[in-house]
Design a binder for this molecule. Structure first.
Ligand SMILES: C[S@@+](CC[C@H](N)C(=O)[O-])C[C@H]1O[C@@H](n2cnc3c(N)ncnc32)[C@H](O)[C@@H]1O
Ligand code: SF4
Ligand code: SF4
Ligand code: SF4
Length: 346
């Protein structure tokens, strides 16, 4: 299998400091990807025929990277998605988005009050950007750019979903992605709406969301609201790799940075796991390395234990971090909530 999709983290720095952000659990110094590294990666991508899709995103705010416009221009031949908080989109950046991006994913985590409390800026600031982008699309007769809203659902903002659906239909948005919160601290774990067992209240609430969205012609991608048996890693299944802002190749967002996460009330240390650096070896060489190939094979075939619903989970030291599992795999995917479709990012 060859690389089909690349998630490119141009920066892990940000112009906001949202309350729930993964970045709160990091210890590393944040950085913009250096110019030479950006150039090297773009050259490498252009040399790999199998690559179809690029997500300019990761954990950070890509629009604040000094080369954002140049990068979007170079990536024109690919299906490009850009994830953004929508705060710092200057006129030239908006122009580049409308010209070169296929999917613009904007984070909208709540209505006025909640949005401000979570993101520290006014919702109107972001909506004004959406309005300007729509205006530009219209003036350029460009129908190819799809607008998507992404919401991190939690106890804090669950009442706002319906208002966000209204906003989405008002602003010509075609899809709303709703992911659960993956808490990075025990304090935040009280905000989770999902549970181990099925929950009648949540099922009814999800049905309400679906019905409300269908009535307004909006596609909704909803994460699960309880732990289900099925495990599919969409990074591995879709032949996707993640390049973090340091140029390290990770198999997914979860392993792109070290930090913490809380899995059903258990605080867990996440140790970044990467297979090489773009400045040391090419993307293809790293992708086809034995370690990365074996790892993808293990994940694809579900050859790893399920810690999340294991009877021994409360007494097992291995679940305190991601270093390894009881099958002998390293790192451990056994407790991953992304693979259960509880957490999602485009
Ligand atoms: C990390 S951001 C990067 C792009 C951009 N800075 C933004 O906020 O849209 C990508 C997505 O991850 C979400 N996110 C951040 N922290 C999260 C968490 N703890 N659990 C679930 N999603 C989270 C954000 O809300 C956003 O929708
Ligand atoms: S804007 Fe995105 S990367 Fe920045 S703090 Fe908020 S969620 Fe995190
Ligand atoms: S690593 Fe521990 S918690 Fe996970 S499945 Fe094995 S015994 Fe259970
Ligand atoms: S299963 Fe989870 S931790 Fe493992 S590669 Fe997929 S997303 Fe990453």
């Amino acid at each position: 299998m060859s690389i089909k999709k690349v998630c490119l983290e141009l920066t892990d720095a940000c112009n906001l400091n949202c309350t729930m952000c993964y970045r709160h659990s990091w210890h590393e110094q944040t950085q913009h990807m250096p110019k030479l590294m950006v150039e090297t990666i773009l050259n490498q991508i252009e040399g790999i025929e199998s690559i179809e899709e690029i997500v300019v995103g990761g954990i950070g705010e890509p629009s604040i990277h000094p080369q954002i416009i140049e990068v979007l221009k170079r990536l024109k031949p690919y299906k490009v998605s850009l994830t953004t908080n929508g705060v710092s989109l200057t006129a030239p950046i908006r122009e580049a988005i409308v010209e070169h991006v296929d999917q613009l994913v904007i984070s909208i985590d709540g209505l006025a009050q909640n949005f401000y409390e979570i993101r520290g800026i006014h919702l109107e600031t972001v909506l004004e950007q959406v309005r300007l982008i729509n205006e530009l699309k219209k003036s350029k007769l460009n129908d190819s750019l799809q607008l998507i809203f992404q919401m991190v659902l939690s106890e804090t903002n669950k009442e706002d979903v319906f208002g966000i659906i209204d906003l989405a239909s008002k602003y010509g948005v075609s899809q709303l992605i709703i992911s659960n919160i993956l808490p990075v601290s025990l304090e935040d774990s009280a905000l989770c709406l999902y549970a181990l067992e099925t929950n009648a209240y949540m099922n009814a609430y999800y049905n309400q969301i679906r019905t409300y969205a269908i009535g307004r012609g909006l596609a909704v991608r909803l994460s699960e609201n309880r732990l289900k048996t099925e495990r599919r890693c969409r990074f591995v299944d879709n032949d996707t790799l993640v390049i973090n802002a340091r140029g390290d190749i990770a198999p997914c967002y979860r392993f792109a940075h070290s930090g913490t996460e809380v899995v059903f009330g258990r605080l867990k240390t996440i140790q970044a796991h990467t297979f090489g650096n773009v400045l040391e070896a090419g993307l293809e060489k790293i992708w086809h390395s034995k370690a990365y190939t074996d790892y993808r094979h293990m994940v694809y075939n579900n050859h790893y234990p399920s810690c999340t619903d294991c009877d021994l989970v409360d007494g097992c030291d291995m679940v305190n971090d991601t270093y390894g599992d009881c099958y002998g795999n390293a790192p451990s995917c056994g407790d991953c909530l992304w693979v259960r479709n509880l957490v999602y990012c485009i």
